[in-house]
Design a binder for this molecule. Structure first.
Ligand code: GH3
Ligand code: MG
Length: 542
């Protein structure tokens, strides 16, 4: 690697620090705004984070960020502790700087290992609970999982806020801020202002009868918790609602020797929100399959050099593409020929000229079905993480990629400390809840490009592409510390859980060797007293 390349790489590496600091600034600004510019603590935090951003940006020569940080620090410096000084003009200046910052910080790829959890500007969750201490407890717990929650004291404030900024969900007491049904009435009024209902989680001190439950359900109530809110369950539900929204786009490979036809299909599918890769030379299909990893393949039946059926056979000969749906596209309307084509490994047949709506919906249905079948094969049912076999497959894949591209790769193994005791003391269902909470925690805090698997009972494995051993240790240590702070609810009491972790990196080794090394490192961490992250090279402390 030339020294210039090396310098570029270093710069790229350090720029991550600047962008993650920028996200902290954006988050603090959001919190200040949520407090209606009234909470001086957030103002202070914003100021401190902007100063730090300035320092990093100047050190790593990121001029755009530096300019914004200077602007922000200047306005914030001019505001002393007296909050009346935060007039509209200053707010406008702050907002302007924030807009500029958010523009130069937008995530181009999701490769930023050191980024804060993906919370930035996520729509908030509103908490309307009479018992203020409980509301704060819920907020704190939600923040651990990367959600932004805001508590309200009165129905009027809640209604106003929901109109201004539609929340992801509302957690509300049925009798919030009034008599028996006051909370439900408030929700009815909020829902009437929105076209699509907000999912509501109701809480109640008593085990209310069918009448209240019906009212709650009719007003958009998805859940009804009575007595103590089980925080674990609550977070699981919220995660469900928030995940329910955008799906990752389906990835479709289009193989057609006619450029015009291929472009037409590409256009229709892109408009329908899918990601496409087009090849017009059928001989490139294997390369495209490996590079693009499509979830569906659409191919023309007759192409120069080979037919779609022959190509499908070659694709099917490889285990890893065995279940990718293949859809033929052709002017062929002879049913016998179509059936023959399908018997050779195709899944569906679309006849040209094809109606765009029909094309998009066929691909969509195929994609959904392929994903759910694949999930059964590769995911663990309790946590939704990848299972053991698939994690190893992903590790092998990433080793090959890292080797080819000259990038770093780290593999980590995590094991919950004294998990048996947790099961023995609180019961198996609570143990399961701990497993789910760790899996959720990892998903929230790692990058989309990392692969998280459940390796065995209470053991997890993570493949971190483009990550050095040292960076992985920093990230995992941060996760370890935060996870240990998390309160694990068990009925009326709470407990804390820690994990130990071993990391190993390398791109010349095979998957098995890296696993063994990470496992060795994990047992070093266990022997050294648990609640620690160790890397393979570190000598055992004993
Ligand atoms: P260490 O700190 O040394 O890792 O101790 P530990 O207690 O965590 O480890 P040990 O291997 O002694 O016990 C693991 C326990 O995990 C035993 C098993 O019953 C429990 N377990 C495994 N899979 C599950 C599961 O899916 N759900 C629950 N609740 N428990 C599980
Ligand atoms: Mg254990």
């Amino acid at each position: 690697m030339s020294s210039e390349d090396q310098r570029d790489k270093l710069k790229q590496h350090f720029s991550k620090r600047v962008t993650s600091q920028a996200r902290i600034v954006l988050d603090n600004w959001q919190k200040l705004k949520d407090s209606d510019w009234a909470d001086m603590q957030w103002l202070n935090d914003l100021k401190e984070s902007a100063e730090k951003l300035g320092k990093f940006a100047s050190r790593f020569e990121m001029n755009q960020h530096l300019l914004v940080a200077k602007d922000l620090t200047n306005v914030l410096d001019s505001i002393q502790s007296d909050e009346t000084q935060l007039d509209d003009l200053k707010k406008e200046k702050i907002n302007k700087a924030i807009t500029a910052l958010s523009e130069c910080t937008q995530r181009k790829s999701d490769c930023d290992a050191s980024a804060a959890p993906r919370t930035f500007l996520r729509t908030p969750i509103y908490i309307a609970i009479n018992h203020k201490e409980n509301a704060q407890r819920i907020i704190k717990q939600l923040e651990f999982f990367g959600f932004r929650a805001i508590s309200f004291d009165t129905s009027d404030e809640l209604i106003k806020a929901a109109q201004h900024n539609k929340p992801e969900t509302i957690v509300i007491d049925v009798d919030f801020n009034g008599d028996k049904f006051a909370g439900i009435e408030t929700i009815k009024s909020i829902q009437s202002n929105h076209e699509t209902p907000i999912p509501i989680i109701y809480t109640s001190e008593d085990d209310d009868g069918i009448e209240i439950r019906l009212m709650a359900s009719r007003s958009g109530g998805e859940e009804f918790f009575h007595k103590v809110v089980d925080l674990g369950q609550l977070i699981e539900k919220i995660e469900e609602y928030t995940n329910a929204s955008p799906l990752d786009p389906y990835k479709v490979l289009v193989v057609d020797d006619s450029r015009a036809q291929a472009r037409y299909i590409e256009n229709v599918l892109t408009k329908a929100g899918m990601t496409t890769c087009v090849i017009t030379d059928p001989m490139q299909v294997l390369i495209a399959l490996n590079d693009f990893s499509p979830e569906i393949v659409i191919m023309d039946m007759y192409m120069p050099g080979c037919t779609g059926m022959e190509l499908a056979r070659v694709i099917r000969q490889q285990d890893k593409f065995h279940s990718v749906p293949i859809i033929y596209l052709s002017a062929e309307d002879d049913i016998n020929k179509q059936l023959h084509a399908m018997s050779l490994g195709g899944d569906d047949f679309l006849t040209k000229p094809i109606n765009p709506k029909h094309l998009a919906s066929t691909i969509h249905n195929r994609g959904r079905r392929a994903r759910s079948l694949l999930a059964l094969m590769i995911r663990d049912s309790l946590t939704g993480l990848y299972n053991h076999t698939h994690t190893l497959y992903l590790l092998e894949n990433e080793i090959a990629k890292a080797h080819q591209n000259g990038t770093k790769l780290t593999f980590a193994m995590l094991d919950i400390d004294f998990f048996k005791k947790i099961n023995d003391s609180y019961g198996h269902p609570i143990g399961d809840r701990v497993l789910k909470s760790l899996s959720l925690f990892l998903k929230q805090r790692l990058r989309k490009t990392d692969h998280i698997g459940r390796y065995g009972g209470e053991e997890f494995a993570i493949v971190l592409p483009n990550t050095s051993e040292n960076d992985a240790k920093i990230i995992l240590n941060e996760i370890r510390e935060k996870f240990a702070e998390l309160q694990q609810p068990a009925g009326n009491s709470e407990f804390h859980v820690t994990f130990s972790c071993g990391v190993a990196s390398g791109t010349h080794e095979n998957a098995q060797l890296i696993c063994e090394r990470a496992d060795n490192a994990l047992y070093d961490a266990k022997r050294a007293g648990r609640n620690a992250v160790r890397s393979y090279r570190e000598p055992s402390s004993q």
